[in-house]
Design a protein around this ligand. Structure first.
Ligand SMILES: [Zn+2]
Length: 331
């Protein structure tokens, strides 16, 4: 199976003439989810995506045609290699999909960003029921120091943080990405007792409407309005930390909701009162479990700041594996 790493999360399968995420040659392009680093830079490019990803991409300004491919529906592509593509839910954010490509060269599963157990604000996580010969799996948190707590526990932590702050007449501020993390946090707060109202950063408003359209309960929420914020919860990206939006709040408590991935995250932690380690990516142990379940002929790790430890563990268990960033082709 030949694989070309196009960089910036784009992958090209030259024999099947298929592109997974991103841009590149003129070929059928399948988008795993609507995060900016996975969608084509050319907003007019025709793509395939799950129905919710299509709606989120349109809300974020993709103007090209998006052919919706529901989960589990097998799409045959024209061409000599008899290629068929099926999307499976990836559990990362709403609409997130793993792309399963079957051809005469074997089958390949590309996870995109994924999460198992799945985010409760997604369509779940499901692996193909047919053999996976080749696996490309994200390894963003592929170190044994990353082991996530169950969603139920983290959700209680979020509700308690908010209730404590409101009891002290402080504004609870939850720092999260506009797409995905914000909506999981709102979903967790939807079952607060007594109920709370969330104000969301302007960039997240349209995205929240898409979540609701697809049946995710986000509880009581409205767009951010400084005049009416008192007694409510603010959900906003970490980038607003240095802006008046947060600076002008006299009494506040700040929680950083993150899987501790990047240096940027660490810097933001220093300014936060609480860290809630809610991640929408696989942890190290979940990654090993997916490989053990699928037992592919070869596995590529991708999106990893340091794949060596995970590769070592997989090799010790007899898996053939390598880093996608380092290896361009595999036959
Ligand atoms: Zn993502």
């Amino acid at each position: 199976m030949r694989i070309e790493n196009l960089g910036y999360h784009g992958i090209y399968l030259p024999d099947s003439n298929v592109i997974l995420d991103g841009s590149g040659p003129d070929a059928p392009t399948f988008i795993t989810h609507a995060h900016a680093d996975h969608v084509p830079r050319d907003r007019r490019r025709p793509v395939f995506a799950s129905p919710a990803t299509a709606a989120l991409m349109r809300a974020r300004g993709h103007s090209g045609p998006i052919q919706e491919l529901p989960f589990g529906e097998r799409l045959s592509l024209p061409g000599p290699r008899r290629t068929a593509v099926t999307l499976y839910p990836a559990g990362h954010i709403l609409g997130s999909a793993m792309v399963f490509v079957e051809s005469e060269d074997g089958s390949l599963l590309y996870t995109g960003d994924c999460r198992t157990p799945p985010s409760p604000a997604s369509e779940g996580f499901r692996l193909p029921d047919r053999p996976v010969d080749y696996l490309i799996i994200e390894a963003t948190f592929a170190l044994p120091i990353y082991k996530w707590e169950p969603h139920s526990l983290l959700f209680s932590q979020i509700r308690e943080f908010v209730a404590d702050a409101l009891r002290d007449d402080a504004i609870p501020v939850l720092l999260c990405y506009n797409l995905g993390k914000a909506q999981v946090v709102m979903h967790a707060l939807a079952s607060s007792d007594p109920p709370v109202t969330v104000q969301i950063h302007g960039g997240g408003e349209k995205l929240c409407r898409v979540y609701e359209q697809f049946g995710v309960d986000l509880g009581r929420w409205e767009a951010y309005d400084r005049q009416t914020l008192a007694g409510k919860v603010l959900v906003t990206p970490a980038s607003s930390l240095e802006t008046p939006m947060i600076g002008n709040i006299r009494k506040k408590r700040i929680a950083y909701v993150s899987g501790w991935a990047s240096l940027e995250a660490r810097a933001s932690q220093l300014l936060a009162d609480t860290l809630i380690p809610l991640s929408d990516h696989l942890d190290f142990f979940e990654l090993l479990d997916v490989c053990r379940t699928l037992r592919p002929r070869h596995t590529w790790l991708t999106h990893s700041p340091d794949p060596t430890v995970a590769l070592h563990y997989l090799q010790k268990e007899g898996f053939s594996c390598s880093s996608l960033e380092e290896e361009r082709n595999h036959d």
